[in-house]
Design a protein around this ligand. Structure first.
Ligand SMILES: [Cu+2]
Length: 198
């Protein structure tokens, strides 16, 4: 609409109001697009022991606070087991060494990194790898479950993503805190592995 009389207050007012309204509309559209782009896919991992038997399932859900992990296991030895996300999406039996080291990307902005260091210290004052979960406690019947939030990780894009190039995996160890659940097997032994997939 062309304002033909610039001295007409009402007309000037309404065209300014129209511009304001379109700004609000554009801003609203912009944030809708941003929300759509940050909505991340979920992921799962089927976990197998060295014999190829399925011993667990993990699901991964993106939340605004990080990745929420739900782990359920069965047919495992009673006791506490360490659980970590490892840096490669490979699970070659029997030792699962192809899963690589602990997943610990360091691609964080400084503020976030400082906050994480305050929250996440090991006994020795060393920062815990971003993909370390709490130990899972397996009952006498071989079942166990656990949920945890991994605030430094994402299912989106970038180095911190569980779905990054080359993938990631979830590893269950034979024991925790220096104690093994299996006689004559070191507590650090990798006893089960699952590739994390979208
Ligand atoms: Cu591990």
């Amino acid at each position: 609409m062309i304002n033909q009389n610039p001295n007409n207050f009402q007309s000037r007012f309404s065209s300014k109001f129209a511009i304001l309204l379109s700004c609000v509309a554009l801003a609203t559209m912009g944030s809708t697009v941003a929300i759509a782009q940050t909505a991340k896919p979920n992921a799962t991992a089927n976990i197998f022991n060295f014999k190829g038997e399925r011993v667990g399932t993990a699901t991964f859900i993106q939340t605004p606070l990080g990745v929420k992990v739900t782990l359920q296991v069965q047919k495992l030895a009673q006791g506490e087991h360490m659980v970590h996300l490892h840096e490669k999406g490979k699970c070659d039996a029997p030792d699962f060494k192809t899963s690589g080291d602990h997943f610990n990307p360091v691609d964080m902005d400084d503020e976030h990194h400082d906050r994480m260091q305050m929250q996440n210290k090991h006994e020795e004052g060393k920062q815990k790898p971003a993909g370390d979960l709490p130990n899972i406690k397996v009952k006498q019947d071989g079942n166990g479950s656990l949920t945890a939030l991994l605030p430094e990780l994402t299912l989106g894009t970038g180095k911190n993503s569980l779905l990054k190039q080359g993938g990631t995996s979830i590893i269950i160890h034979a024991g925790a805190n220096g104690k093994s659940t299996i006689p004559n097997v070191d507590y650090k032994t990798r006893i089960a592995c699952g590739i994390i997939k979208p």
